[in-house]
Design a protein around this ligand. Sequence first.
Ligand code: GUN
Length: 296
Amino acid sequence: MSFQLIDGKLVAKAIKDGLKPRIKALKDKGIVPGLAAVLVGDDPASATYVNSKAKACQKLGIYSEVIRKEASITQKELAEIIKTLNENTNIHGILVQSPLPKHIDELAITLIINPEKDVDGFHPFNVGMMFLGRETLLPCTPHGILNLLEYYNINPDGKEVVVVGRSNIVGKPVASLLTQKSKMGNATVTIAHSHTKNLPLITQRADILIVAIGKPEVITSNMVKEGAIIIDVGVNRVDDENAKKGYRLVGDVDFEDCKNKASYITPVPGGVGPMTIAMLMTNTVIAAENSWEQTG
Ligand code: GUN
């Protein structure tokens, strides 16, 4: 079967281009959307993500600040940084790059972020609103997946969706969004995870298979239905002597093995990753627009 590649870079560009007039309209009112990213420790993947986010801001004319702190930072010090950012009127969006060091209580930090500035959509207020199907700042990767499907005219209504992975960042929220009684919802969703028995039997049911488990190339063609739409959220670094950096990026799906069984499939990199950043930019613009509506 011939497959169509889902081009996340293309869709992300379209979304970011769509933000440009909104950013201009804000600037005409004297508001420059602003995003602060807090990076704790020296995890190279996290540093790469934060740099990509800052670069995307710069390209769009969104003000950005990256606050880098050592892994030894205390809970109190980190909490103070968030409180200061909550008060900073130049900052409309705050994100704390995950994962945080083990001694930091991540939920306690998330709870301090003003929900109106929570551009990751991780605050329990926003999680709850999303779960209720109300308008709110949505988590970037799940919302990005919905936008990818929409761009390619893939309507989840009535489809069997299998989400592999139950993380708070991707698995649980994407399953929630796809079951909503809404335009990009109405799917029948199964969440599979590490305790799922006979995973291939479950994944073979999927019209749309969304994989977010963070393990390289574990989904193979025997686990995929003919004609399935495959969304691969994984970004895994695997050692590769021939690569310039000494590693290459692969997804959670064995792309070469699965592609000929798929009708649509996302590549890694260039699939879901760019969409996460595009939706973060979108949330920052929304947060800035909302701030103006309240004070303007
Ligand atoms: N770590 C992995 N994905 C994300 C994300 O979307 N936001 C934040 N803050 N941290 C992450």
